[in-house]
Write a protein of this length. Structure first.
Length: 300
């Protein structure tokens, strides 16, 4: 299948230009890495942007302690392959130190706890820019982001007070203690990402391909059975063929019934589905403005 599409090359060029702007304007940038396809794309683009030199900023992973094991294995393999520097912010350590408090109950998640851990890691590392793999087509709050998204001294985001971005001019000026979130792949869609990854033959975690897994249904979403989730008496675990469309904390990342075992199968599946990419994320269903509320506090 031919994925040499002109608009994909234009998106690649735009993203690489933004990454080079970050390297030029900021002293200590970091690339946020979750182990999902978008952050994998970001690492691949950064590698191309600065090759043959190494990626000039570390990968920053906020580890919830509730990750899919496949995610951590892939992360460590990629870091070793590229010779990149990895910084890990641990939610487990933050709970032990009292920085954050563990949620309780059947719907408990560590997703919100990532905010304090991320802000703490950015402050400790004195990072003045954090590159993220968010895209505008993912969710309505992310559609409000600019390429260079200003955060105040508390790491908070004000969607009503953003700087204009005219042509290819990006304003990275900030005061002491403030930082920027940078979103180089804002204009990409989920289908663009998969077509590009296919064309570039990028290695991906096995979670994205259909596999048999123990799952159970909760409020219309399929969740992978694991030790981190307390199940209700009527939630029955069964084996199904599933895959992930997004990858995050196991407690809130829904899986999808699927038979897609190749990238080509995934592209065909995405092109015909009417369900959004984050439709299985239970953390987005806590309220109508769940994502925007988290982002205002410092979320990715």
């Amino acid at each position: 299948m031919d994925y040499n599409l002109s608009h994909i090359k234009e998106l690649e060029a735009e993203s690489i230009f933004i990454m080079r702007e970050v390297a030029a304007q900021f002293e200590r940038p970091a690339l946020m890495f979750s182990g999902g396809k978008d952050s994998i794309l970001m690492v691949h683009l950064a590698h191309k942007a600065f090759y043959p030199a190494k990626i000039p900023f570390p990968l920053l992973h906020v580890d919830t302690g509730h990750n899919f094991p496949e995610t951590i294995a892939y992360r460590d393999s990629l870091v070793e392959k590229l010779g990149a520097k990895l910084i890990v912010g641990s939610v487990d350590e933050a709970i032990e130190s009292g920085l954050v408090t563990e949620e309780k109950g059947f719907n408990a998640s560590r997703n919100m706890l990532q905010i304090a851990v991320l802000l703490d890691a950015l402050e400790k590392g004195k990072y003045d820019a954090a590159l993220g793999g968010a895209r505008r087509d993912e969710e309505k709050a992310r559609a409000k982001e600019r390429f260079f998204s200003h955060r105040d001294e508390f790491g908070q985001w004000d969607p009503k007070n953003q700087r204009p971005e005219l042509w290819n001019l990006f304003n990275g000026r900030k005061n002491m203690g403030e930082h920027f979130r940078i979103f180089p792949i804002s204009n990409w869609t989920e289908l663009d990402v998969w077509q590009y990854l296919a064309a570039e033959e990028v290695e991906l975690p096995s979670l994205y391909f259909a596999h048999e897994r123990d799952v159970f249904e909760r409020e219309g979403a399929l969740l992978a059975d694991c030790e981190f989730i307390s199940k209700k008496s009527d939630e029955i675990v069964k084996k199904e063929m599933v895959r992930c469309r997004t990858i995050g904390d196991m407690t809130c990342t829904g899986v999808w019934r699927s038979t897609a075992t190749t990238v080509e199968d995934i592209i065909e599946e995405i092109a015909t589905t009417r369900m959004t990419e984050r439709g299985g994320r239970t953390d987005d269903k806590r309220s109508e403005t769940a994502m925007e509320d988290r982002k205002k506090e410092g979320y990715f």
